[in-house]
Structures are given as structure tokens and as C-alpha cells.
Design a protein around this ligand. Structure first.
Ligand SMILES: *Cc1c(COP(=O)(O)O)cnc(C)c1O
Length: 379
């Protein structure tokens, strides 16, 4: 395993500690932040928020983008706009970051866990279809879970580490079953499936700009959608549902203070200018990792799935078994190379223990074996 540590040190040209993912501020970050401070518009209004929303819509090909305080709040509002209500159910994958399930919980709904595909690490259309065929029926245009009697309102697949899942097949199944599709595209800015940007398949999608994501605003997120009505509602509900007026303060529903500050948007506009470079850089590193691991027994580099172009946000390898995984984690972390196992499955967590699950063979297989390796953009 020594050669792995050496390879990573060579690739990052350092013998110092190598983190999993660090942000890079090599562009106009300071310039725009200074502009923002000089303007005094650092908070809830300002030109950088508008500029960012326009640019992210252009980049992804979505008609509208609404900036939010983080990816979790973007998911929360997307689910509310998908009409997820108290006691509804939302299908998702157990192999995801906690934020997906937290957002479902904020709507007082419950997740139902469907297995993932081994090649995409994302929600499996065949597992989804099997679950629906065996457990659900359509009544008055609603998908009813016969086991619980509850309505399945939405389905939230996630593009794990930036690798797109089979989103077109999932979309077809959801349409057939009257389930609203919401994409958790938090990790997949710059990832495409069959030539189309992830997050643009669903009615609504959430993207994250947290400090560890491919580009960052410190903390931040956005909702993307092609639906004008939903875009307007998203803006309204994330900005305290204030009725526009020059001086009156009136609000027409319970809203949220989820608006991204202009200061964060200024950072993000500068980061967006470098996104293509970051993507290129990450894909080059992926190629180097792939070649390197071809010659290492019992470790496989996880490549982008077929028919897709991944942003390779976090690079990952597959170990032989859990014991090998633990040995790999210990050795690399002991030797200054940060590595991290994939998330504990959501259905194992205390809060989601009682939630319904399909057969989770693939998720369990991956949980035991997948490890993230250093993935920062190299300068
Ligand atoms: C990062 C992330 C989120 C949430 O983003 P925050 O900006 O940290 O709130 C949601 N889902 C997934 C899968 C993520 O990786």
C-alpha cells in the first residue's frame, strides 16, 4: 500500500497531509468579494445573486435557478413544491448523504429505501419498478403504498460522487406511477447523462455549493427547474413569502429565510468562471488514478457509468471486502493521505430504522467496500 501513498503524494506534489477535497480560489474570488463589500450589499439583495442564478441556469440548461442558503434547504423547498406533506412517503436510496433524508423529514414525510445499481452507485430503476409493482397501486391518480396505506409523493435519486444514475428510466417509471421526480444533484454540477445535465430531468433539482463540493460559496445551494410557476414559488417561499411592496411588510404564507447572501453569491460567481477548468482537472486525475489502480490487485477505481460524463467530484475505489477496506483506511490515514468510507446506509440510522426497504444487496455490498480518495483540483 506504500505505492498508493507515494502515488498520491506525487500527484499532489507534496509530502504534507493530503485532504480529501479542498476548495481552490484561483480566480476572481477576492475581487468580487471586495466589490460586494464596497457596494455594502452583502446580504439578501445584490447583483451577484441575480448574476449567479442566470449563470447556473445557462450552464445546466435549466430555464430557472433559485439560489438558496445550502443544498439541504434547496432539497427541502423542492420537496415542498412537489407537494410532499405530513405522512407522505418519499422513495430514495439508502446510500446517500444524510441531507437527502433530513430534507424528507423536514416535510414530516418518511423515506422508503430502494436499492442502488452497482455501476452507477445511484438509485436502481429495476429495484424501483419491482418495489412499485409488488407493493403499490394507483388510486385516484395517487401512488398508494399497500403496506402502509400512505401516498408515495416523490422519488429522490442521487448522483453519487457526481456519477449519473439511470435518470431517464427512473423518470419514466415515476411518470407511470404518478410520483414527482426530484433530483438530488448536490454532488453532480458538471455531470451529464446522455448529453444532458443532471438535475434537468426532474421537475425540480437541488445543487449544493458547500465547502467540499466541486465549486463553493462557503455554504450555498440552488434549485433548478424548467417550470416558471415553480420557479416563482421557489423564490417566494425561500424569501420569507413577502408580498412585494416598496414599504409594506406582508407575507401570504409561512415562508423560509433560505436566500443566499450576496457575499456568498460573489464567491460563487468567481468559482463558476473556473468550473470548466476544475472539471477538466478532475477528469485528468481520474484517468491517472484509473491507470494506476489497473496494476493494483484487489482495488478497482470506480469509473463513470456508461452513457454519462461524470464531474468526478469525489474519486472512489472499490476494495475486496470490509476487512481490506478497514486496512486501507488505516494505512492511508496513518500516512498522511486522507481517505474516507462511503456513508453508513441511511436505514441503519436510529431515525430511519423503521423505514421500509427493498432488498438492499447492492447498497450493502458498496457500503462495505467503497472508499473515497483525495480528489482536490491540482494546481
Ligand atoms: C452535500 C449534499 C447535500 C446537501 O448540501 P449542503 O449544501 O451541505 O446542505 C445534499 N445531498 C447530498 C447527496 C450531498 O452530498
Amino acid at each position: 500500500m506504500n505505492n498508493i501513498v507515494e502515488f498520491v503524494q506525487d500527484t499532489y506534489k507534496t509530502k504534507e497531509f493530503i485532504p480529501l477535497h479542498e476548495p481552490r480560489f484561483t480566480g476572481n474570488e477576492k475581487k468580487y468579494l471586495n466589490e460586494c463589500i464596497d457596494s455594502t450589499f452583502v446580504s439578501s439583495v445584490g447583483k451577484f445573486v441575480d448574476e449567479f442564478e442566470k449563470k447556473i441556469a445557462d450552464f445546466t440548461g435549466a430555464k430557472y435557478a433559485i439560489a438558496t442558503t445550502n443544498g439541504t434547504s434547496a432539497l427541502h423547498i423542492s420537496l415542498l413544491l412537489a407537494d410532499v406533506q405530513k405522512d407522505d412517503e418519499v422513495i430514495t436510496q439508502p446510500l446517500t448523504f444524510i441531507a437527502t433524508c433530513n430534507a424528507i423529514s423536514y416535510c414530516n414525510a418518511k423515506p422508503v429505501f430502494v436499492d442502488v445499481d452497482l455501476d452507477t452507485l445511484g438509485l436502481s430503476p429495476s429495484s424501483l419498478e419491482k418495489f412499485l409493482d409488488e407493493n403499490c397501486e394507483i388510486k385516484e391518480s395517487r401512488c398508494i403504498n399497500k403496506t402502509t396505506g400512505k401516498t408515495i409523493k416523490a422519488c429522490v435519486p442521487m448522483h453519487t460522487f457526481g456519477h449519473p444514475c439511470r435518470i431517464d428510466e427512473i423518470k419514466d417509471i415515476c411518470e407511470k406511477w404518478h410520483i414527482v421526480l426530484v433530483e438530488d444533484a448536490a454532488e453532480s454540477l458538471g455531470s451529464y447523462y446522455k448529453g444532458r445535465h443532471t438535475g434537468t430531468f426532474a421537475k425540480l433539482a437541488a445543487i449544493s455549493f458547500n465547502g467540499n463540493k466541486i465549486i463553493t460559496s462557503g455554504g450555498g445551494g440552488c434549485i433548478i427547474t424548467d417550470d416558471e410557476e415553480l420557479a416563482k414559488k421557489a423564490k417566494h417561499i425561500t424569501t420569507t413569502a413577502k408580498v412585494p411592496h416598496r414599504w409594506e411588510y406582508t407575507h401570504d404564507m409561512i415562508g423560509y429565510n433560505y436566500r443566499l447572501p450576496n457575499l456568498n453569491a460573489a464567491l460563487l460567481v468567481a468559482q463558476l468562471e473556473q468550473l470548466e477548468l476544475f472539471l477538466q482537472n478532475k477528469r485528468e486525475l481520474a484517468k491517472e488514478y484509473e491507470e494506476f489502480f489497473t496494476n493494483i490487485a484487489d482495488i478497482t477505481f470506480i469509473k463513470e457509468p456508461q452513457q454519462s460524463r461524470s464531474n468526478y467530484w469525489l474519486h472512489a475505489v472499490l476494495l475486496k471486502d470490509r476487512a481490506d477496506r478497514d486496512e486501507f483506511l488505516k494505512f492511508t490515514n496513518d500516512n498522511g493521505v486522507m481517505t474516507r468510507p462511503i456513508w453508513t446506509l441511511m436505514n441503519r440510522l436510529e431515525m430511519f430504522k423503521e423505514c421500509q426497504c427493498t432488498d438492499l444487496t447492492n447498497s450493502i455490498y458498496l457500503e462495505d467496500r467503497v472508499v473515497n480518495i483525495p480528489s482536490s483540483v491540482r494546481i
